[in-house]
Design a protein around this ligand. Sequence first.
Ligand code: CS2
Length: 492
Amino acid sequence: MGASRLGLGVVRRLPAEARPLVRPGTVPAGVVHLGLGAFHRAHQAVYTEQAIGLAGGDWGIVGVAPRNAALVATLAAQDNLFSVSTLSAADRRTRVVGALAGVRLAAADPQAVVALLADPSIRVVTLTVTEKAYQLDPAAGTLRPDADLVADLTTDRPPATVPGLLVRGLLARAAADAGPIALVSCDNLPANGRRLRGLVTQSLAYAGTPPPAVDWVEAHVGFPGTMVDRIVPASTPETLAAAQRALGVEDLAAVAAEPYTQWVIEDDFPGGRPAWDRAGAVLCADAGPWERLKLRALNGVHSATAYLGALAGCETIADALALPHLDTVLRRLIAEDVAASFAPPDGVDVVGYGDQVLDRFANPAIRHRTLQVAMDGSQKLPQRILHTVADLRAAGRPARWAALVVAAWIRFVQGSADDGRPLPLDDPLAERIRAALAAAPQTPAGAVDAVLGLDEVVPPEVAADDQVRADVLAWLTDLHQHGVRATLAGAA
Ligand code: CS2
């Protein structure tokens, strides 16, 4: 007989330290979350449960998965319960989280999601849907709707996209005058609050929305910016097996994460919010400096590690960090380029933050695959690396190490590792990237020009900068001729 399954019926049998902080199933919903991936479960859900546990409030989360029917079925079968294991070299703790008040599959019943967004008891909507779901071009944030989003915005068919769901939900809320609400992007976009506001505004305009509804949204919807941080790799069969050992019951929605966690949130919640500050989140007026710090000194360095590591044949980020000289190169990227590119939050030393980031990446208990971090590079590179380049160049400084990351990305999208093995290009612009490379001369210079010419990705001032082009070309030529290991040895 198989082990019994996580659910309300077994909560009292769980080890005491693994039980939820709130009585599951008893907290009414006040938050809708779009995107039920591992990150949400190990981040916002954990903060929200703690906030409710410490300060109360009807802030249960209705978790909406856009398309993942299997995950919704799994969570529903577990009475919306799942566990988070916190892993370090020395320690592992597993606890069940009781923040979810319900789960929905948008693809199966989009109108139910629209109705939720118009429900006066819902006052906060959070999103972790990944960069590409916003359908904004990564360089400038201009709406580039695909055929599905065009149909969502110009017909009355049930919405099939995330922006379509949001816009229909807001229009239904405006029609019902159902009270103010905050929409909170928790994705790693640049100025994510402003980007989400831009998405909604551009979508309403595209849809030809009448002025009263546009004005209602303007007056009743907050778009706080946030910086979210916790390393949460995709779950694997080992994640589930370890959770089962810790809980004594099977949990098919288990996630595992590093101990570190951070959330900085602009306090713009016209309909109220959970007491996330009681759970350790920092509420502030401007999350911008925190967001730049994290996107450039963590995510940019993550992408650097992922591309160089994948090219060198390393399976995980922690394995890649063991490549000789990579640590030195990443520290120089942080100290010479990232730290010089922007003004950090008061009292934060970028180099010290970077040291902590590299320690986190080296956590041997977190098996974060290089290919997971490498995916969707076209959506990530602008805010992680290209803005660093643009700001350094605008200040008249070189961007040598950042240029190495651009070169590593170009080599990665060309599709072969140093040992000749194929590398997958999992990116919404894959076709466009492949076509640009195929049309260019088959030389490093041709590849550099093709990729720097992707104007949805590369800011125009970076694309037009001869020094940047020369630096990227020098690194790419080295990577082609000598591979990652020798390039790092020559550079460090
Ligand atoms: C990573 C992030 O997959 C990626 O691109 O860089 O998911 C990273 O782990 C998180 O932003 C950490 O907070």
